[in-house]
Design a protein around this ligand. Structure first.
Ligand code: NAD
Ligand code: TYD
Length: 336
């Protein structure tokens, strides 16, 4: 089977590429990635020499490039990871999220339709459901209620993908996962930012009261869920992928401090994020009952593995935290 992966140099896409190429000899992967600030070829070093892997540097909004790639490679399926994926960046500047998440998804859907691609798996997020009051949990029929430019652009791309199934019968499957964590995650998201700051003895900026709740999913569990939906999901269906691990942010940060042996005095409660969703919660029993998938990695074990990875990969962290990262960090945190 040949897969076209978009965004395979990012956090989740690269985990999918590494996992798939090392565990499934029957799969070939073409990875289309623009290498934005979040894309990093170092994430793919373990598999870069594989003869079943090809990297293509390009933008998913480039219709001619996408069309030519589908004509040349004729992949059986597309797994669409590429996105501007960070809420805070989308608040500072919404335009890249709308360009990539909406125009980029549209460009891929259109090309997939023209080339009659056999399956289009659109990777989405639980953030499209917006903030849920306890004890509500979103199933796949829950109303979309996005709060940030990022989640609005993802909700829009989900609806575009659905429209290509309903109108053109393109075999679309949509997955909506909860918050991921694991090795190689760019240190702008909560867990890698707190781990790397803790390891460097820097302050840990917790937004507002730190009681916002997220459901944590180890990245390889997410990748296995995507593969299950790709292989056994039904055309036109949506599948939630959750980690069964709801925790308030402050508790996550305290676990990181305990595991890195740093004092709680590093925590700095800072001005809240505008429009901050209080709680995400989702049910993923549809994917479990239809495919047998369940999350395998407990949070404590996944977090320990992740912290160890950041300890062992100080060069990777130093590289991604240099240059533009410093500008972003100052822009997002200096005024808080
Ligand atoms: P990421 O930011 O780490 O990586 C995104 C990748 O997409 C990068 O390699 C980047 O270079 C590439 N990219 C961006 N714009 C592009 C463009 N125009 N053309 C080609 N490539 C482009 O993101 P991630 O955390 O790995 O997320 C991957 C997907 O999973 C996204 O669609 C995101 O919405 C979704 N998701 C993420 C999470 C999470 O917790 N990180 C949870 C649920 C769903
Ligand atoms: P994040 O990793 O950005 O994911 P998302 O907003 O997509 O869920 O943030 C996770 C939670 O952590 C969210 O409630 C915001 C909070 N947070 C902080 O408190 N401080 C930070 O520096 C960051 C990046 C996030």
């Amino acid at each position: 089977m040949k897969l076209l992966i978009t965004g395979g140099a990012g956090f989740i896409g690269s985990a999918f590429v590494r996992l798939t190429l090392t565990t499934d000899a029957a799969v070939r992967i073409v990875n289309l990635d623009k290498l934005t600030y979040a894309g990093n070829l170092a994430n793919l070093e373990p598999v870069a020499e594989s003869e079943r892997y090809r990297f293509v540097h390009g933008d998913i909004c480039d219709a001619a490039l996408v069309d030519g790639l589908l004509a040349d490679e004729r992949p059986e399926a597309i797994i669409h990871f590429a996105a501007e994926s960070h809420v805070d960046r989308s608040i500072l500047s919404a335009s890249p999220a709308f360009e990539t998440n909406l125009r980029g998804t549209f460009t891929l859907l259109e090309a997939a339709r023209q080339h009659a691609v056999g399956r289009f798996l659109h990777v989405s997020t639980d953030e499209v459901y917006g903030s849920l009051e306890p004890p509500a949990e979103a199933d796949e029929n829950f109303p979309l209620n996005p709060s940030s430019p990022y989640s609005a652009s993802k909700a829009g791309s989900d609806l575009l993908a659905r429209s290509y199934f309903v109108t053109y019968r393109l075999p679309v499957v949509i997955t909506r996962a909860s918050n991921n964590y694991g090795p190689y995650q760019f240190p702008e998201k909560l867990i890698p930012l707190m781990i790397s700051n803790a390891l460097e003895g820097r302050q840990l900026p917790v937004y507002g009261d730190g009681q916002q709740i997220r459901d944590w999913l180890y990245v390889e569990d997410h990748c296995r869920g995507i593969r299950s939906a790709l292989d056994r999901g039904r055309d036109g269906e949506i599948y939630n992928i959750g980690g069964n691990c709801s925790l308030p942010n402050l508790q996550v940060v305290r676990k990181i401090l305990a595991a890195t042996g740093r004092p709680e005095s590093l925590i700095r409660q800072v001005q809240d994020r505008p429009g901050h969703d209080r709680r995400y919660a989702l049910r993923s029993d549809k994917l479990t009952s239809e495919t047998g998938w369940t999350p395998e990695v407990e949070f404590e074990a996944g977090l320990a593995r992740t912290i160890q990875w950041y300890r062992d990969n100080a060069d990777w962290v130093r590289n991604v935290k240099s240059g533009d990262y410093q500008t972003y960090y100052a822009r997002n945190y200096a005024h808080r």
